[in-house]
Design a protein. Structure first.
Length: 521
């Protein structure tokens, strides 16, 4: 009788799918999320027993995507289409009630604001799939998804008003002093906290809530940089064997991989996690790359020991360095060494903590953003002001208390108004303070220096007679002041072209000044 019921259920499901496909053509936008929902077995352990995938094709390209069990007999397969038009799918499974299900759907043009996933652009930079430049301005909110619901909502409101377009966040829990006041409402595995877990059974409620927050970040235009492992969790999630690691990675990638705003970070401070070796990270990195049919960005973040980012599964460099962003010259070394986009995800935090890694003032944080951006690299923000009721922004979100955020927003406007290809040093050997696109656009940043004037000169390789306008930027006071007149350069004199009238630009003699020099046709 049970076998007959299963057979009838499978037949009814197949008829339902085929009839609905014939009567109603489902639609999803390009780079949106198309989801197949199937009824299947709930007995035994579906997380271990059932294998499920679907192959999607539009007649020109095909892609096979893994499905996952979402509890209560529900199975899902998620797909991010990368081309408009009609698509078909067919499922495959080791459970006959789930296999050979098929359907069609139509992919429409992307809606406004949907530029697709972010990828590497021109070796050192990023762009969305439609070619729109993506200039990374990140922040860190490690545990915000484990905070009380009201605080999570406040975090989203704060992000909506911030300049940040990427958020680093942990997937598994990290104990902090704030946790003494409450327990996380959801855990990734079935079991009893803090240590009694069934590592063969995931908790779908936890993942549903996490993906809800991914969606909300997506709608705010924010990339979700998901950290798979962290060295501070005392709950056993980072101490699994290779089989447990693989099960975890496959499930996470199957659930989250179809969201266009997802990035993968293998670990936070990977070298502090003593339960894993370099070989383990290599294995996990390749597994993430192999499991993800949508090829999202992948990185791994260091504590003391720098990772070998030359590995082919590493798409971009994620760095913690407390000093590299003090100057463009030191920041650019990472770019030169790895020849990939470089994101300084930790440059110390703006805060009032006793720790040396969390004691920057607003000027220190703002300066590091400017210095790193001048080098053609990217930066991550952190805010570490302790409060009695919600720990810190970097730990749990809520409010940002530092002074740097409006200045970072000001810098983002300048950078996004600049060259599409991104900033690259003009004369890195001698003047790492000048960046841009030679002959078209220059930014000269003086940092903590306090010049009262600057002789107009541009590095060799230009055509005499080219004309430029100049603006003085005050990075801290957020002002832009045009300089009167147009500057015209003469023939190269040694290494530089000078203004034909030998003019100099008068400056304030204060720190954090910059010049924007733009070609005039």
């Amino acid at each position: 009788m049970k076998q007959m019921n299963v057979f009838l259920r499978a037949c009814l499901l197949a008829l339902s799918l085929s009839s609905s496909a014939a009567l109603l053509a489902e639609t999803v936008e390009k780079w949106g999320l198309y989801e197949i929902e199937l009824d299947g077995p709930s007995d035994g352990n579906p997380f271990l027993d059932v294998e499920l995938e679907a192959t999607f094709t539009n007649g020109y390209t095909s892609k096979t995507v893994s499905g996952f069990y979402d509890g209560e007999g529900i199975y899902r397969i998620r797909f991010m289409p990368e081309a408009v038009g009609e698509w078909r799918y067919t499922t495959q499974s080791n459970d006959w009630s789930l296999t050979k299900q098929s359907g069609t759907f139509t992919v429409t043009e992307p809606s406004e604001g949907n530029h697709g996933p972010v990828g590497v652009y021109e070796t050192y930079h990023f762009a969305y799939a439609d070619g729109t430049p993506y200039k990374q301005f990140g922040t860190t909110i490690y545990n915000w998804i484990d905070a009380p619901e009201s605080l999570q909502e406040e975090t989203l409101r704060t992000l909506a008003e911030s300049p940040f377009n990427k958020a680093r966040m942990l997937l598994t829990q990290q104990p902090t002093p704030y946790r003494n006041e409450y327990a996380p409402p959801r855990w990734p595995y079935v079991g009893t906290p803090p240590h009694d877990w069934d590592f063969t059974r995931f908790n779908p409620e936890f993942f549903r809530h996490y993906e809800k927050r991914i969606e909300q970040l997506r709608d705010l235009g924010i990339e979700a940089d998901i950290i798979l492992f962290n060295p501070y969790g005392k709950f056993g999630f980072e101490s699994l064997d290779a089989e447990g690691d693989e099960r975890f990675v496959r499930y996470v990638v199957a659930r989250f991989g179809a969201y266009r705003n997802v990035w993968w970070s293998l670990a936070n401070e990977y070298d502090f996690l003593k339960t894993k070796t370099e070989a383990d990270w290599e294995r996990i990195g390749r597994l993430v790359m192999q499991c993800d049919p949508f090829n999202h960005l992948r990185s791994i973040h260091n504590g003391h020991l720098l990772f070998d980012h030359r590995q082919d599964w590493v798409t971009h460099v994620s760095v913690q360095d407390g000093h590299a962003c003090e100057s463009p010259a030191s920041a650019k070394i990472y770019r030169d060494a790895f020849r990939k986009p470089v994101v300084f995800d930790e440059i110390k935090y703006e805060g009032d903590a006793k720790f040396r890694w969390a004691d920057l003032d607003g000027k220190g944080m703002t300066h590091r953003f400017w210095a790193a951006m001048m080098a053609g690299t990217y930066v991550g923000h952190g805010d570490y002001f302790n409060t009695l009721d919600e720990d810190t922004w970097t730990s749990f979100g809520g409010k940002i208390l530092g002074d740097s955020v409006p200045r970072i927003a000001f810098l983002r406007e300048i950078v996004e108004d600049g060259p599409k290809a991104g900033l690259n040093l003009i004369d890195s050997w001698m003047n790492p303070g000048m960046t841009g696109v030679a002959g078209e656009y220059y930014l000269q940043y003086f940092g903590r220096e306090t010049p009262e004037e600057w002789e107009f000169k541009l590095y060799k390789g230009l055509e005499a007679g080219t004309r430029f306008k100049v603006e003085i930027i005050d990075a801290w006071n957020m002002s832009i002041t045009p300089v009167k007149g147009i500057f015209e350069i003469g023939e190269k004199d040694g290494y530089y072209h000078y203004d034909t009238k030998g003019r100099k630009i008068t400056l304030s003699g204060k720190p954090y000044q910059a010049l924007r020099i733009t070609r005039v046709d």
